[in-house]
Design a protein around this ligand. Structure first.
Ligand code: AMP
Length: 282
């Protein structure tokens, strides 16, 4: 396995593979890898001949009061995990390599980014789009894998690929969870032992929405009310948002659920802000 730090060397490797007719699979990450990321690597390996994982904590997707500086950076452990999974190249650039001095061009998404996490984190998805566009130009993948855990991110990336005509196939990987249902996240490590069992309330709330939906409940207000009761029963949980939106537009529903809807929530459990979601298909 190779560690590549420069854009020039990464583009040269991509050019070589493409000349050899090899399919390039790509898994972008911010590092601090866990089973969720590794499951995406395995999906990429199934769909490509060579796999690149990027490890880059992208400054432009963090707000001024968010945890960019404190985001866990564990490169040596990440490298060992990638090696074990059979990753071919870890692309690990510096900030200056991805954002050359004076960089003044960025990608903006103007519809899907307005709600859910985008409403709470202005500029976040523009930062995500900008770095993913750059990474696509550097890694030149045929296929890129993103986690369903970040449902809005997945939809924004698909929209960017469609609108900017990127020749990249986007594959979604199912959310990997702890035994009790908590979605794996680099932020789970900040839960205290008392908060950890409370954090399962996100998944429990989604379970309840799924149960009621399966039993015929179609009113998003009733579903959200039931979800809210589960989360607010936890002493350390504070809801950022909890919504059921149209799965395609991510806009709030005007009435009963008649087409696929995304139930999504973001909850602070003590210090970390955790997210989860499920799709309700009538
Ligand atoms: P991150 O490094 O947290 O920005 O995530 C990198 C990629 O891993 C994104 O596509 C995430 O959606 C995905 N991911 C993060 N957590 C999980 C999980 N628990 N299960 C599946 N994919 C995940």
């Amino acid at each position: 396995m190779e560690i590549v730090e420069s854009v020039r060397a990464m583009q040269a490797a991509a050019r070589k593979w493409r000349a050899q007719g090899r399919r390039i699979g790509f898994v972008p990450t911010m590092g601090n890898l866990h089973e969720g990321h590794l499951a995406l690597v395995r999906l990429a390996k199934q769909r490509a001949d060579v796999v690149v994982t990027s490890i880059f904590v992208n400054p432009t997707q963090f707000g001024p009061n968010e945890d960019f500086a404190a985001y866990p950076r564990t490169f040596e452990a990440d490298r060992a995990l990638c090696e074990r999974e059979g990753v071919d190249v870890v692309f690990h650039p510096s900030v200056a390599e991805m954002y050359p001095a004076g960089a003044s061009v960025a990608v903006t998404e103007n519809a899907l980014s307005r709600t859910l996490c985008g409403a709470a984190r202005p500029g976040h998805f523009d930062g995500v789009c900008t770095i993913v566009a750059k990474l696509f130009n550097v890694v030149q993948p045929h296929v890129a894998v993103f986690g369903e855990k970040d449902a809005q991110q997945l939809r924004v990336i698909r929209r960017m690929v469609r609108d900017l005509r990127f020749p990249v196939e986007i594959v979604a990987g199912p959310t990997v969870r702890e035994a009790d249902g908590l979605a794996l996240s680099s932020r789970n490590q900040y839960l205290t032992p008392a908060q950890r069992p409370q954090a399962v309330c996100l998944r429990r709330a989604l379970d309840e929405a799924e149960r009621l939906f399966a039993a015929g409940e179609r009113d998003p207000k009733n579903l959200v009310r039931a979800m809210r009761a589960i989360v607010t029963a936890q002493p350390d949980a504070r809801i950022d948002y909890m919504e059921i939106v149209d799965d395609e537009t991510l806009q709030p529903l005007g009435g009963p659920i008649g087409r696929p809807a995304l139930a999504a929530l973001a909850v602070w459990v003590g210090k970390p802000r955790l997210i989860d979601n499920t799709v309700l298909v009538p």
